[in-house]
Write a protein that binds this ligand. Structure first.
Ligand code: IMP
Ligand code: MG
Length: 202
């Protein structure tokens, strides 16, 4: 039997009839879920420009490595790095989950280290900081690898879900503790290529 998986983004533009200047709400469907646009492409771009400006000021003259966390941060890392005017490097790592043999469940391993970050200023680039577990894992590894300074840049941040003490220097947008997709973030692997951020509505 041929099973075809079809992913379609259905864009619906809703414009209330009784208003001369209607709010335009874009909705999309991914698999079984519906999402509504929350942060537009324009707003993301504007904010990235501001964050890059801060980074340019703060880190001028330092030996800087940007460290993107795959997969989610690939778009933000590219867009941010393009606007950074420092002479800096960029590298990417990934958290690989595999099922452990013990009953403790899945173990996360950081793979892809190919940049020597000893004595360097590292800017960790994340798509979203939720509980902070990922960040804590990366941060710990950077300490072991003797980075001289660690700064965190994240496009999105869910303060209500965050459980750690690591300070986030460069935050694009604080958002409610809801599930979002787009701009690198996925729902079951899909939605990463959406240019704006969408929040789950049903
Ligand atoms: P953490 O809970 O801070 O460790 O976040 C772990 C990872 O979960 C993030 O880097 C994202 O890849 C993913 N994640 C967290 N919140 C969302 C969301 O709302 N949508 C899609 N992915 C998310
Ligand atoms: Mg991520």
């Amino acid at each position: 039997m041929l099973i075809r998986t079809k992913i379609r983004y259905y864009f619906h533009i809703f414009a209330p009839v009784n208003s001369s200047k209607p709010a335009i709400m874009k909705e999309i469907r991914i698999l079984d879920k519906t999402f509504r646009e929350m942060i537009s492409e324009e707003a993301l771009n504007k904010r990235i420009e501001e964050l890059a400006g801060q980074i340019n000021n703060d880190l001028a003259g330092k030996d800087v490595v940007f460290l993107g966390i795959l997969n989610g941060a690939f778009l933000f890392a590219a867009d941010l790095f393009r606007k950074v005017e420092l002479q800096a490097r960029i590298s990417f790592i990934k958290l690989a989950s595999y099922e452990g043999t013990s009953s403790s469940g899945s173990i996360k391993e950081l793979i892809g280290w190919n940049e020597d970050i000893k004595n360097k200023t590292v800017v960790v680039v994340e798509d979203i900081v939720d509980t902070g577990n990922t960040l804590e894992r990366v941060f710990g590894e950077l300490v072991i690898r003797k980075a001289s300074e660690i700064r965190i840049a994240t496009m999105l941040y869910k303060p209500a879900a965050y459980k750690k003490d690591i300070h986030l220097e460069y935050v694009g947008f604080e958002i409610p503790n809801d599930f979002v997709v787009g701009y690198g973030l996925d729902y079951n692997g899909f939605g990463r290529n959406l240019p704006s951020v969408y929040t789950l509505i049903k």
